[in-house]
Design a protein around this ligand. Structure first.
Ligand SMILES: C[S@@+](CC[C@H](N)C(=O)[O-])C[C@H]1O[C@@H](n2cnc3c(N)ncnc32)[C@H](O)[C@@H]1O
Length: 223
Protein backbone atom coordinates (compact mmCIF):
# COMPACT_ATOMS: atom_id res chain seq x y z
CA UNK A 1 0.00 0.00 0.00
CA UNK A 2 1.25 3.52 -0.74
CA UNK A 3 1.88 5.99 2.07
CA UNK A 4 -0.40 8.49 0.33
CA UNK A 5 -3.40 6.16 0.50
CA UNK A 6 -2.54 4.94 4.02
CA UNK A 7 -2.47 8.50 5.36
CA UNK A 8 -5.03 9.99 2.97
CA UNK A 9 -2.60 12.64 1.66
CA UNK A 10 -0.51 13.38 -1.44
CA UNK A 11 3.05 12.05 -1.27
CA UNK A 12 4.53 15.53 -1.68
CA UNK A 13 2.54 16.70 1.38
CA UNK A 14 4.13 14.07 3.64
CA UNK A 15 6.83 16.16 5.32
CA UNK A 16 4.34 18.87 6.33
CA UNK A 17 1.46 16.56 7.23
CA UNK A 18 3.47 14.16 9.37
CA UNK A 19 4.06 17.02 11.84
CA UNK A 20 0.30 17.34 12.27
CA UNK A 21 -0.11 13.56 12.66
CA UNK A 22 2.67 12.70 15.14
CA UNK A 23 3.22 14.69 18.35
CA UNK A 24 6.93 15.53 18.98
CA UNK A 25 7.87 14.23 15.49
CA UNK A 26 11.03 16.37 15.11
CA UNK A 27 12.08 15.72 18.69
CA UNK A 28 11.69 11.95 18.27
CA UNK A 29 13.72 11.79 15.08
CA UNK A 30 16.42 14.04 16.55
CA UNK A 31 16.58 11.80 19.62
CA UNK A 32 16.98 8.70 17.43
CA UNK A 33 19.86 10.29 15.50
CA UNK A 34 21.47 11.60 18.70
CA UNK A 35 21.50 8.09 20.19
CA UNK A 36 24.07 7.24 17.50
CA UNK A 37 26.60 9.48 19.29
CA UNK A 38 27.11 6.49 21.61
CA UNK A 39 28.52 4.31 18.80
CA UNK A 40 32.01 3.09 19.61
CA UNK A 41 33.36 3.37 16.08
CA UNK A 42 32.66 5.66 13.11
CA UNK A 43 29.75 4.24 11.13
CA UNK A 44 30.04 3.80 7.39
CA UNK A 45 26.73 2.15 6.47
CA UNK A 46 23.27 2.92 7.81
CA UNK A 47 20.43 0.60 6.85
CA UNK A 48 17.18 2.55 7.11
CA UNK A 49 13.97 0.50 7.17
CA UNK A 50 10.93 2.30 5.76
CA UNK A 51 12.95 5.33 4.69
CA UNK A 52 9.95 7.31 3.48
CA UNK A 53 11.02 10.82 2.49
CA UNK A 54 14.38 10.35 4.26
CA UNK A 55 13.73 12.44 7.38
CA UNK A 56 15.48 10.08 9.81
CA UNK A 57 18.17 9.05 7.32
CA UNK A 58 19.12 12.73 6.80
CA UNK A 59 19.44 13.23 10.55
CA UNK A 60 21.57 10.08 10.89
CA UNK A 61 23.88 11.28 8.11
CA UNK A 62 24.27 14.66 9.77
CA UNK A 63 25.72 12.91 12.85
CA UNK A 64 27.77 10.27 10.99
CA UNK A 65 30.15 12.12 8.72
CA UNK A 66 31.06 10.23 5.56
CA UNK A 67 28.44 7.51 6.06
CA UNK A 68 25.97 6.39 3.42
CA UNK A 69 22.46 5.02 3.71
CA UNK A 70 20.84 1.95 2.22
CA UNK A 71 17.14 2.82 2.35
CA UNK A 72 14.55 0.06 1.98
CA UNK A 73 10.99 1.15 1.30
CA UNK A 74 8.04 -0.45 -0.44
CA UNK A 75 6.78 2.85 -1.83
CA UNK A 76 8.84 4.13 -4.80
CA UNK A 77 7.20 7.58 -4.63
CA UNK A 78 8.41 8.05 -1.04
CA UNK A 79 11.89 6.80 -1.91
CA UNK A 80 11.95 9.31 -4.76
CA UNK A 81 11.54 12.09 -2.20
CA UNK A 82 14.34 10.58 -0.11
CA UNK A 83 16.59 10.54 -3.19
CA UNK A 84 15.93 14.24 -3.74
CA UNK A 85 16.79 14.94 -0.13
CA UNK A 86 19.88 12.74 0.22
CA UNK A 87 21.35 12.56 -3.29
CA UNK A 88 24.23 10.14 -3.76
CA UNK A 89 24.45 9.34 -0.03
CA UNK A 90 21.38 7.12 -0.49
CA UNK A 91 21.18 3.72 -2.15
CA UNK A 92 17.43 3.29 -2.57
CA UNK A 93 16.04 -0.24 -2.48
CA UNK A 94 12.39 -0.67 -3.40
CA UNK A 95 11.25 -3.69 -1.47
CA UNK A 96 9.63 -5.16 1.61
CA UNK A 97 11.95 -5.01 4.63
CA UNK A 98 10.36 -8.23 5.89
CA UNK A 99 11.79 -10.23 2.97
CA UNK A 100 14.63 -8.11 1.51
CA UNK A 101 18.10 -9.35 2.59
CA UNK A 102 19.93 -6.82 4.76
CA UNK A 103 23.47 -5.74 3.80
CA UNK A 104 26.28 -5.62 6.35
CA UNK A 105 25.94 -2.34 8.26
CA UNK A 106 26.94 -0.34 11.34
CA UNK A 107 23.48 1.08 12.09
CA UNK A 108 19.94 -0.08 11.48
CA UNK A 109 17.44 2.77 11.80
CA UNK A 110 13.67 2.93 11.59
CA UNK A 111 11.07 5.57 12.39
CA UNK A 112 7.33 4.99 12.23
CA UNK A 113 7.79 2.07 9.87
CA UNK A 114 7.96 -1.03 12.07
CA UNK A 115 4.40 -0.44 13.33
CA UNK A 116 3.39 -1.81 9.92
CA UNK A 117 4.51 -5.23 11.17
CA UNK A 118 1.48 -6.79 12.84
CA UNK A 119 2.95 -10.08 14.04
CA UNK A 120 5.45 -10.35 16.91
CA UNK A 121 6.99 -13.40 15.19
CA UNK A 122 7.67 -11.40 12.02
CA UNK A 123 9.06 -8.49 14.04
CA UNK A 124 11.32 -10.96 15.83
CA UNK A 125 12.61 -12.20 12.47
CA UNK A 126 13.33 -8.61 11.37
CA UNK A 127 15.25 -7.94 14.61
CA UNK A 128 17.24 -11.16 14.19
CA UNK A 129 18.02 -10.25 10.58
CA UNK A 130 19.15 -6.78 11.74
CA UNK A 131 21.34 -8.35 14.46
CA UNK A 132 23.00 -10.62 11.89
CA UNK A 133 23.62 -7.69 9.50
CA UNK A 134 25.11 -5.37 12.13
CA UNK A 135 28.80 -5.37 12.88
CA UNK A 136 29.66 -6.04 16.56
CA UNK A 137 29.23 -2.74 18.44
CA UNK A 138 26.65 -1.58 15.89
CA UNK A 139 23.29 -0.13 16.91
CA UNK A 140 19.64 -0.46 15.95
CA UNK A 141 17.53 2.63 16.68
CA UNK A 142 13.77 2.42 16.41
CA UNK A 143 11.52 5.45 16.91
CA UNK A 144 7.81 4.73 17.09
CA UNK A 145 4.67 4.57 19.18
CA UNK A 146 5.23 1.95 21.89
CA UNK A 147 2.46 1.50 24.42
CA UNK A 148 2.60 1.89 28.19
CA UNK A 149 1.85 -1.13 30.37
CA UNK A 150 -0.77 0.67 32.47
CA UNK A 151 -4.23 0.97 30.84
CA UNK A 152 -4.76 4.36 32.55
CA UNK A 153 -1.48 5.72 31.20
CA UNK A 154 -2.33 4.32 27.77
CA UNK A 155 -5.65 6.16 27.85
CA UNK A 156 -3.91 9.45 28.73
CA UNK A 157 -1.38 8.95 25.94
CA UNK A 158 -4.17 8.20 23.48
CA UNK A 159 -5.94 11.42 24.52
CA UNK A 160 -2.73 13.41 24.00
CA UNK A 161 -2.39 12.00 20.47
CA UNK A 162 -6.08 12.66 19.73
CA UNK A 163 -5.72 16.28 20.93
CA UNK A 164 -2.61 16.77 18.80
CA UNK A 165 -4.51 15.58 15.71
CA UNK A 166 -7.59 17.62 16.61
CA UNK A 167 -5.54 20.84 16.81
CA UNK A 168 -5.11 20.68 13.01
CA UNK A 169 -7.77 18.32 11.75
CA UNK A 170 -10.64 18.95 14.20
CA UNK A 171 -12.23 16.47 16.60
CA UNK A 172 -13.99 14.51 13.85
CA UNK A 173 -10.82 14.41 11.75
CA UNK A 174 -8.79 13.15 14.72
CA UNK A 175 -11.31 10.39 15.35
CA UNK A 176 -11.32 9.40 11.69
CA UNK A 177 -7.50 9.17 11.47
CA UNK A 178 -7.14 7.20 14.71
CA UNK A 179 -9.86 4.76 13.66
CA UNK A 180 -8.28 4.21 10.21
CA UNK A 181 -4.76 3.73 11.62
CA UNK A 182 -6.00 1.37 14.35
CA UNK A 183 -7.09 -0.97 11.56
CA UNK A 184 -3.76 -0.78 9.69
CA UNK A 185 -1.00 -0.20 12.27
CA UNK A 186 0.07 -2.28 15.26
CA UNK A 187 1.60 -0.75 18.36
CA UNK A 188 3.12 -3.19 20.83
CA UNK A 189 3.76 -2.42 24.49
CA UNK A 190 7.30 -1.09 24.95
CA UNK A 191 8.07 -4.12 27.15
CA UNK A 192 7.25 -6.40 24.22
CA UNK A 193 9.43 -4.37 21.84
CA UNK A 194 12.41 -4.47 24.18
CA UNK A 195 11.90 -8.18 24.96
CA UNK A 196 11.91 -9.04 21.24
CA UNK A 197 15.14 -7.09 20.79
CA UNK A 198 16.80 -8.78 23.80
CA UNK A 199 15.73 -12.16 22.50
CA UNK A 200 17.45 -11.33 19.22
CA UNK A 201 20.69 -10.75 21.17
CA UNK A 202 20.74 -6.96 21.66
CA UNK A 203 21.58 -4.94 24.79
CA UNK A 204 18.59 -2.61 24.93
CA UNK A 205 17.98 0.91 26.29
CA UNK A 206 15.09 3.31 26.02
CA UNK A 207 16.96 6.39 24.80
CA UNK A 208 13.97 8.75 24.79
CA UNK A 209 10.30 8.57 25.78
CA UNK A 210 7.36 10.99 25.83
CA UNK A 211 3.78 9.77 26.21
CA UNK A 212 3.48 6.69 24.00
CA UNK A 213 6.39 7.69 21.75
CA UNK A 214 9.80 6.18 22.29
CA UNK A 215 13.25 5.70 20.83
CA UNK A 216 14.78 2.34 21.59
CA UNK A 217 18.55 1.98 21.15
CA UNK A 218 19.73 -1.62 20.84
CA UNK A 219 23.44 -2.43 20.66
CA UNK A 220 24.95 -5.63 19.29
CA UNK A 221 27.48 -6.68 21.93
CA UNK A 222 31.07 -7.25 20.84
CA UNK A 223 31.05 -10.84 22.05
C1 LIG B 1 4.98 6.55 8.16
S1 LIG B 1 6.25 6.33 6.98
C2 LIG B 1 7.69 6.80 7.91
C3 LIG B 1 8.77 7.33 7.02
C4 LIG B 1 10.00 7.90 7.72
N1 LIG B 1 10.81 6.84 8.33
C5 LIG B 1 9.62 8.95 8.72
O1 LIG B 1 9.93 8.80 9.90
O2 LIG B 1 9.01 9.96 8.32
C6 LIG B 1 6.42 4.57 6.89
C7 LIG B 1 7.28 4.13 5.71
O3 LIG B 1 7.55 2.74 5.83
C8 LIG B 1 7.31 2.12 4.58
N2 LIG B 1 6.94 0.72 4.84
C9 LIG B 1 5.95 0.25 5.60
N3 LIG B 1 5.97 -1.10 5.65
C10 LIG B 1 7.00 -1.49 4.86
C11 LIG B 1 7.56 -2.77 4.53
N4 LIG B 1 7.04 -3.91 5.00
N5 LIG B 1 8.65 -2.78 3.71
C12 LIG B 1 9.17 -1.64 3.23
N6 LIG B 1 8.70 -0.40 3.54
C13 LIG B 1 7.63 -0.34 4.34
C14 LIG B 1 6.21 2.92 3.93
O4 LIG B 1 6.20 2.78 2.52
C15 LIG B 1 6.58 4.34 4.38
O5 LIG B 1 7.42 5.01 3.48
Amino acid sequence: MSVASHLGIRTDEYDQQILTFIPFYDEILNAAATALDALERPAKVVLDLGTGSGALAARCLSRLKGARVVGIDGDPAMLGMAEQRLGKALRPVVGNFESTPFPACDVVSASFSLHHVASPAVKQRIFRKAFAALRPGGMLVDADCMLAASPRLRARHHALWRDHLAATHGAAGAKKFLRAWAGEDTYFPIDVETALLRKAGFAVDVAWRRASFAVVAAVKPRD
